[in-house]
Design a protein. Structure first.
Ligand code: LMR
Length: 349
């Protein structure tokens, strides 16, 4: 079994308003389970993720920690390991299977390689126009059915979380397909994302998120696609001063746990964790668009960073260039699923 390479101290629960509200909202659940909880053993929930605390995922995990602390009277302890400190992209799902972590929120792009290729539907370029469209899929029947499919790979899917739309960064603006020619672009381990970069004439290089910054610094790769909160918090600006607002694809997460741990919890604790997580996800989803806007505003003031808009003509040219990828992967993600996604969005397939 792999050994965690770094064990940071617990991230403290936020105080004040969150705490008071958590007490109120959690009152009913806590009252129902209170007597039983007092007699129950302490419970540890290790939550490992690869991004910074100041992102939708980081903030969602902190809210979960605060809610469970309050509602269990400190009995349920959530230890959060951000920034790939405990597990990274290469080993986090294996760690979950082995019981070396209890909860993860990998990006949807990472479930294809984990044996659930349907999740790569979210990677299809230019599929969603905005987060409202994404939510019609993730928060409805299609989303529920997708979460159930994670059971095939020994995961319990607990909910979806947004980050936002990906933008391109490089040492030059990337407005037109020709601008991508020959660039080595870091991508997540998703077949769709690889094909998308090849369609643009670039060379996709699959790398764990935690290795991306170093790969950009050392010239192993030349460009990357990230939502702005990740670009900002990974300090990519000095390495990749040109950000082109391509908005070409969505990046979101599914929170997962292992069925063994989930079943072992018992009914009362499962309800407690479920309720707290639902609220934490709502919190993260409420924050997502704001963090994206805040990251953009911050980047616009950073010396050296140049933010490039994409006009309608260039956007159409990029969309045309990657359109074959949608056809290519229709079968891979499942034609019925793709039709159901279009149906939920309200588009004709
Ligand atoms: C990535 O690898 O680029 C993202 O999945 C990182 C994240 O979790 O937002």
């Amino acid at each position: 079994m792999p050994v965690p390479h770094r064990m940071p101290p617990n991230v403290p629960a936020p105080a004040g308003r969150v705490r008071r509200r958590a007490v109120l909202v959690g009152g009913a659940v806590a009252a129902a389970c209170g007597v039983a909880m007092a007699r129950q053993a302490p419970l540890l929930l290790r939550f490992s993720h690869v991004v910074a605390p100041d992102t939708p995922k980081g903030q969602m995990a902190l809210r979960l920690q605060a809610l469970l602390h309050e509602r269990s009277g400190g009995r349920i302890r959530v230890e959060i390991y951000p920034d790939s400190q405990l597990w990274g992209d290469d080993d986090e799902m294996e760690a979950l299977r082995l019981g070396a972590v209890e909860m993860l929120a990998p990006s949807l792009s990472k479930f294809g390689m984990a044996g659930v290729p349907e999740f790569e539907v979210f990677d299809l370029p230019f599929l969603f126009r905005d987060l409202a469209q994404v939510r019609r899929v993730t928060q409805g029947r299609v989303g529920r059915e997708l979460l159930e499919r994670l059971g095939r790979q020994q995961m319990v899917g607990l909910g979806f979380l947004d980050n936002g739309f990906k933008q391109m960064s490089a040492h030059r603006p990337l407005r037109r397909p020709a601008d991508f020619a020959g660039l080595r672009v870091r991508v997540q381990a998703s077949q769709v994302l690889g094909a998308q970069m090849r369609a643009l004439g670039a060379r996709p290089v699959v790398l764990p998120f935690g290795e991306t910054q170093r790969a950009l610094a050392t010239g192993v790769v030349d460009a990357a696609e990230n939502p702005l909160s990740n670009y900002l918090t990974q300090q990519l600006a000095p390495l990749q001063p040109h950000v082109t607002l391509t908005q070409h694809g969505y990046l979101g997460y599914a929170v997962v746990t292992h069925p063994r741990w989930w079943e072992h919890l018992g009914r009362a604790d499962r309800a407690l964790v479920r309720q707290a997580l639902d609220e934490a996800l709502q919190h993260g989803n409420r924050l997502a668009a704001g963090l994206d806007q805040a990251a953009l505003a911050s980047l616009r003031t950073q010396p050296g960073v140049q933010v490039h808009m994409l006009g309608a003509t260039n956007r159409d040219a990029l969309r045309q260039a990657v359109q074959p990828v949608v056809e290519q992967f229709r079968r891979g993600v499942g034609p019925e699923l793709l039709d159901a996604v279009h149906g939920a969005i309200g588009d004709a397939a």
